[in-house]
Design a binder for this molecule. Sequence first.
Ligand code: HSE
Length: 300
Amino acid sequence: MVRVQVPATTANLGPGFDCLGMALQLYNSVEMSVASSGLHIEVQGEGNTDLPRDEDNMVFQAARKVFKLSGHQPPGLRIRLVNNIPVARGLGSSTAAVVGGMIAANIITGNKLDQREIINLAHGMEGHPDNVAAAVLGGIVVAVPADGEVRCLKIPPPKNLRAAVSIPDFPLSTRLSREALPQQVPISDAIFNLGRVALLVSALFNGDINQFGVAMEDRIHQPYRTNLVPGMKKVFAAARLAGAKGITLSGSGPSIIAYSDSNLDLIARVMRDTFRQNGVSARSMVLSISPVGARALEIK
Ligand code: HSE
């Protein structure tokens, strides 16, 4: 039996669409063992009412890829998921499933794949590398697909940086949220984002979170997603007033994440209340950055 813990992740950090990601201290656990026959899946916590228990389950699908690659097909499989990451809320639940399934299967088959190969394989399933790289490596990560593989580098997180996350009660699939994006953006918006993403990476390295207000601005995905998240602009404004240094949609949404080194509880409450005032029931959490990525907690 192997038990793997995988962190939640927030992608983009505003302007870094599909290339910046951060791991958060909120974890799913994937327990996997070989059975004599059949597929047995148990789900506890988030998604326990609607996640598939058959071959459509993402953890199983990810594990199956690793079994195929390693040439080791177990006669049956037992999977137990304990989920703390809300499903389809922009906090990397599908990435956690994919990465958790792959790492568990990799351990069962004798660790034939290294971290880089897991990231490449998971990127193939997810289609964008930002959540995947952060979930595997932990911390804050730049991830860029190039020449058939994902190049990733970690960025040291600023001291005392934490996040207030407000999570609406409705799901939003990444597919739908990407369908809202245009095929082309004006060159002026591309220039706007290039400058901000460079400023953000530099601000992170310098620990200068006072740059976040400008450095986390974005013009290439968030404006097109505003209509999918009722109250989004008001939640941004309220978080800013409550002292947030930077505010972004978390991944493809609908959660909104605000960063600061103080007043996080207040910011979280104000964001949740503003969602509610706009007819969206929501909950909020305060989370620290997870310095560690996915890892085995138990092998026996
Ligand atoms: N970069 C991806 C997007 C993340 O924004 O669509 C999805 O979680």
